[in-house]
Design a protein around this ligand. Sequence first.
Ligand SMILES: *[C@@H]1O[C@H](CO)[C@@H](O)[C@H](O)[C@H]1NC(C)=O
Ligand SMILES: *[C@@H]1O[C@H](CO)[C@@H](O)[C@H](O)[C@H]1NC(C)=O
Ligand SMILES: *[C@@H]1O[C@H](CO)[C@@H](O)[C@H](O)[C@H]1NC(C)=O
Ligand SMILES: *[C@@H]1O[C@H](CO)[C@@H](O)[C@H](O)[C@H]1NC(C)=O
Ligand SMILES: *[C@@H]1O[C@H](CO)[C@@H](O)[C@H](O)[C@H]1NC(C)=O
Ligand SMILES: *[C@@H]1O[C@H](CO)[C@@H](O)[C@H](O)[C@H]1NC(C)=O
Ligand SMILES: *[C@@H]1O[C@H](CO)[C@@H](O)[C@H](O)[C@H]1NC(C)=O
Ligand SMILES: *[C@@H]1O[C@H](CO)[C@@H](O)[C@H](O)[C@H]1NC(C)=O
Ligand SMILES: *[C@@H]1O[C@H](CO)[C@@H](O)[C@H](O)[C@H]1NC(C)=O
Ligand SMILES: *[C@@H]1O[C@H](CO)[C@@H](O)[C@H](O)[C@H]1NC(C)=O
Length: 391
Amino acid sequence: MPSMMKFALPALAAAGTAYAASCSTSATMTIQNAGDASALASCSTFTGNIAIATGTTDDIVLDGMQKLNGDLIATNNSNMKRISAADLEQLDGEMLLDGLTRLVGVDFPKLKNIDSIKWNALPNLQNLGFTAEVEQAKKIDIQNTALRSLKGINIEQIDTVFIANNGYIDEIAMQLGNVTKSLTLADNNKNVKVQLPNLIWASNLTFRFCGSVEVPSLQSLNGSLGLYNNGFETFSAPNLTSVGEAVALVANENLSNITFPMLTKINDNLQIANNSKLIEIAGFPNLKSIGGAFDMSGNFSSVETPELNSVKGAFNLQSTDNVTESCSFYKPLHDKKFIQGGYKCEGKLVDPAGQGHTGTKQPGDKTGAATSLSAVNGALGLAAMAAVLLL
Ligand SMILES: *[C@@H]1O[C@H](CO)[C@@H](O)[C@H](O)[C@H]1NC(C)=O
Ligand SMILES: *[C@@H]1O[C@H](CO)[C@@H](O)[C@H](O)[C@H]1NC(C)=O
Ligand SMILES: *[C@@H]1O[C@H](CO)[C@@H](O)[C@H](O)[C@H]1NC(C)=O
Ligand SMILES: *[C@@H]1O[C@H](CO)[C@@H](O)[C@H](O)[C@H]1NC(C)=O
Ligand SMILES: *[C@@H]1O[C@H](CO)[C@@H](O)[C@H](O)[C@H]1NC(C)=O
Ligand SMILES: *[C@@H]1O[C@H](CO)[C@@H](O)[C@H](O)[C@H]1NC(C)=O
Ligand SMILES: *[C@@H]1O[C@H](CO)[C@@H](O)[C@H](O)[C@H]1NC(C)=O
Ligand SMILES: *[C@@H]1O[C@H](CO)[C@@H](O)[C@H](O)[C@H]1NC(C)=O
Ligand SMILES: *[C@@H]1O[C@H](CO)[C@@H](O)[C@H](O)[C@H]1NC(C)=O
Ligand SMILES: *[C@@H]1O[C@H](CO)[C@@H](O)[C@H](O)[C@H]1NC(C)=O
């Protein structure tokens, strides 16, 4: 196959730098080797997609190009070690790097503006060579790399962030102010320290297997907040006032202190489950309304939401401990129809669980004995019943 260098001949641009040329290709231009790449050096602007052939073994150097109006694609190449573009400032397309098993260098020292980054299966890529720091992007999806940090990506506003299965990333800090669709950080290093000091508004936020999460400025969420399997003991959203969809805190094994001091409204469910060390819930002092279900199960001794006066969905509070006092607050809310859905509030259960679960009373608990008694009523003689009642 001849090398496919079919693109419009460079035309000297009237304005700009002394030697600025615009090049374009209608189809995707495929680069086979270092020579093909250096042939583009005179193209300060390139319009069209650039793909690196799967068989390429050379390092690919795209110096000279300042702007790429298209995608930069390298997939399924087990030999290429480095890709760089010393002058590229803007990439109006996707940088798709997928299945590059030997890749060790991605060096774009001037890149600041990119439409999207989609990286996957880059097991030898440890460092991001984004010296100038990428400040603008719509979408970032980075999975299965050996990256140590995301230093070099410092976006203020973005639609989607998905960073998952990067086992060595132990710090994620960004200037992010807004996330218009979703931010998901999942299954990276389990000690990963997440700091989003300027994040004010987001649609969905999901944190799985994070070591710590700080969102001091967060004020509102249009979507949901999900915290799953995280290692931290404390979670606080000191400025969060409303959540457009749900709040879920599930299976955070060390979580013992949650604080949402300003939160007044959750439009969908509030779910808290399988956080073994969460004993007291006092972190919702201003929560007034829940548009979906109130669903909590765990080892609680006390659950307090003193301002709550509206639950549109079901109410479920199940605990291994005695929650009689907490239930004495919620029962009247149900009686007054402030809790509109089904109602269950029960402590001293062996197996507290989510809404819809019946629950088994701990042995030796009097109320439990009565419940099981009525269930087997017909099968027992009077003497046996008396014996049970005397337990
Ligand atoms: C890469 O290879 C995998 C499996 O061999 C294949 O499924 C995938 O479509 C390839 N990707 C591209 C972009 O060629
Ligand atoms: C976030 O979004 C709001 C409303 O859309 C906007 O006013 C604000 O400037 C944005 N902040 C940043 C840091 O982009
Ligand atoms: C937000 O999360 C919810 C629940 O997981 C999902 O239904 C919704 O589509 C998500 N929205 C966005 C913008 O990702
Ligand atoms: C919390 O919100 C208030 C008012 O909405 C704002 O003045 C304050 O700066 C915010 N705090 C942080 C840490 O962002
Ligand atoms: C977020 O919610 C606000 C008010 O609840 C609404 O005005 C805005 O359009 C929503 N944004 C998105 C992206 O859904
Ligand atoms: C919970 O804390 C224990 C003891 O500090 C620690 O060994 C464990 O890794 C933590 N769990 C998670 C998910 O980080
Ligand atoms: C819980 O966390 C909040 C905020 O981080 C803190 O102010 C409070 O002292 C903590 N409570 C306990 C009992 O540790
Ligand atoms: C809590 O853990 C139990 C037992 O592992 C599991 O069956 C249940 O689905 C978990 N609950 C949630 C909400 O994930
Ligand atoms: C209660 O705590 C025990 C012991 O830590 C744990 O095994 C169990 O999963 C916890 N139950 C719930 C519902 O969190
Ligand atoms: C639970 O605590 C209440 C007082 O708060 C007490 O009256 C009740 O007997 C306790 N129930 C059990 C089963 O220990």
